[in-house]
Design a protein around this ligand. Structure first.
Ligand code: 0O2
Length: 220
């Protein structure tokens, strides 16, 4: 049951959530264009799939309380950076950094980077987290809205999605006897990324060699 002040907070939140929805819309449009453009121009689509979400009022209230902050509009606006969240899942690790570079080069300032690929979390979690400022073009002004973007490979996404299913946030940290196995699974996912990268490179190499190499050998 929500209290009167909570109901008032949720009512006020409308405009703020709409601005974050616009930021997500702008970002999704850019990402979809790059995906199609690279597929067309380079025969390689760097994006496997995209997911996005706007944080629900209930989760916003919970997070403010967890951080010991007042449950007010100003406090949500000034302190929460993940109201708008976009997750980009890529075939290869190199695609993750390609998308990061495209974001940087296309009018969106990166204000924070957490590279859990270079330095995985102790449980094995890997992903590249960026906080970016997305310009939202309203009818009479441009507003910069902060969004959190998580970039990861399919293998990293598989691990993170299943890990969340097994150890949901409410359950706290996994018991120590599970951590070794969890980390080993993350290492296996990283190994898979390395192997797929190898295959991708082999295929590119074969393409270069095949035309006058193999064909030139002729029939015996
Ligand atoms: P949801 O529902 O996905 O949004 P913060 O809580 O953001 O202030 P922190 O820990 O500095 O604090 O943020 P960080 O490290 O950037 O991670 C935030 C998000 O990354 C999480 O959001 C998850 O989506 C994802 N994440 C981080 N660590 C893990 C992990 O160990 N396993 C999985 N599966 N995901 C992880 P939320 O808010 O937890 O949830």
């Amino acid at each position: 049951e929500r209290t009167g002040s909570e109901l008032e907070f949720v009512r006020e939140l409308g405009g703020l959530l709409l601005m974050h929805k616009f930021a997500v819309d702008e970002l999704l449009t850019k990402l979809r264009i790059w995906s199609e453009e690279f597929d067309y121009a380079h025969e390689h689509d760097p994006i496997e799939h995209i997911a996005s979400r706007i944080k629900r009022p209930e989760s916003i209230m919970q997070k403010l309380r967890r951080k010991g902050l007042p449950v007010t509009l100003a406090s949500a606006r000034d302190h929460l950076t993940d109201i708008a969240g976009v997750r980009v899942v890529c075939p290869f690790v190199s695609d993750v950094y390609l998308i990061r570079d495209l974001i940087r080069r296309n009018g969106m300032e990166i204000v924070q980077t957490k590279d859990y690929i270079a330095e995985p979390k102790p449980n094995g979690y890997r992903s590249l987290h960026l906080l970016i400022r997305v310009p939202v073009h309203l009818s009479d002004r441009v507003e910069k809205v902060t969004a959190e973007i998580q970039l990861r490979t399919i293998a990293m996404d598989f691990w993170a999605a299943v890990e969340r299913k097994i150890f949901d946030k409410s359950g706290g940290a996994p018991r120590p006897e599970f951590s070794g196995e969890l980390k080993a699974a993350a290492d296996a996912a990283a190994d898979l990324d390395a192997r797929m990268k190898g295959l991708h490179e082999l295929k590119a190499l074969a393409r270069e060699v095949v035309p006058d190499g193999i064909e030139g050998l002729g029939g015996e």
